[in-house]
Design a protein around this ligand. Structure first.
Ligand SMILES: [Fe+2]
Length: 214
């Protein structure tokens, strides 16, 4: 299983790197993010020796995986196949600081979660670098939050609404990458279908995301 899982993780990371290289010259507001993610990804030890199987864990939001992984095929078939092959082996979890009350929405915690490929719960420990998948159920509002880590989002389903700072929400289609600078406040709203996104924190990863305002 470990060789298989290592192969699936490698396929997912290669799919992201390929997509970033393909996106060069296409204005998605990615700015310096494209080069930053590629550079930091290349600095990670993703060898077979560095691989360790995650402790498999499921959360309620995993019920959205069949629909979202199916839809993600339209964005990147190799990435969707890789996730389909390893979703049961990943450590799906939720941020400990979050609750339905903190997020102002009943049912939020049953519709939210993430799993790392790179990071302390992932397949590779990472060197101050985290990368994984995010799930958000339909009709959710992930409130304003911020963190020191610069962040890439690659929504694999959609559309969904995103905003930075005090700006308006902008609708992003599946496949449109998004870049958040350090400490930039951001929020996400899903439409009537669940959201699956790949995300990466490229440095300053020790400090978690914190909700802003209230
Ligand atoms: Fe974020």
């Amino acid at each position: 299983m470990s060789d298989y899982l290592h192969g699936a993780a490698d396929q997912a990371l290669s799919a992201l790197a390929d997509a970033l290289r393909r996106s060069e010259g296409i204005g998605h507001g990615l700015g310096e993010g494209r080069a930053e993610v590629l550079r930091r990804l290349a600095e990670q030890d993703l060898s077979r020796a560095a691989f360790r199987p995650p402790e498999p864990a499921r959360i309620p939001a995993c019920r959205h995986l069949p629909e979202t992984v199916g839809a993600a095929i339209m964005v990147d078939a190799a990435l969707a196949a890789a996730l389909a092959g390893m979703e049961d082996e990943l450590h799906w979890r939720r941020s400990e600081d979050y609750s339905d009350a903190a997020m102002g929405q009943a049912g939020f915690m049953d519709n939210y979660g993430h799993a790392e490929i790179i990071g302390s719960h992932g397949c590779f420990a990472g060197d101050d670098f985290r990368l994984g998948f995010l799930l958000l159920g339909p009709g959710l509002h992930y409130l304003d939050h911020a963190h020191p880590a610069p962040e890439l989002y690659w929504p694999l389903t959609g559309p969904s609404d995103w905003r930075r700072g005090d700006g308006p929400f902008t609708t992003r289609q599946a496949g449109e990458m998004i870049w958040h600078r350090p400490h930039e406040v951001h929020a996400t709203r899903t439409h009537d279908q669940p959201l699956l996104a790949l995300w990466a924190w490229t440095r300053d990863t020790a400090e978690p995301a914190r909700l802003v305002g209230g």
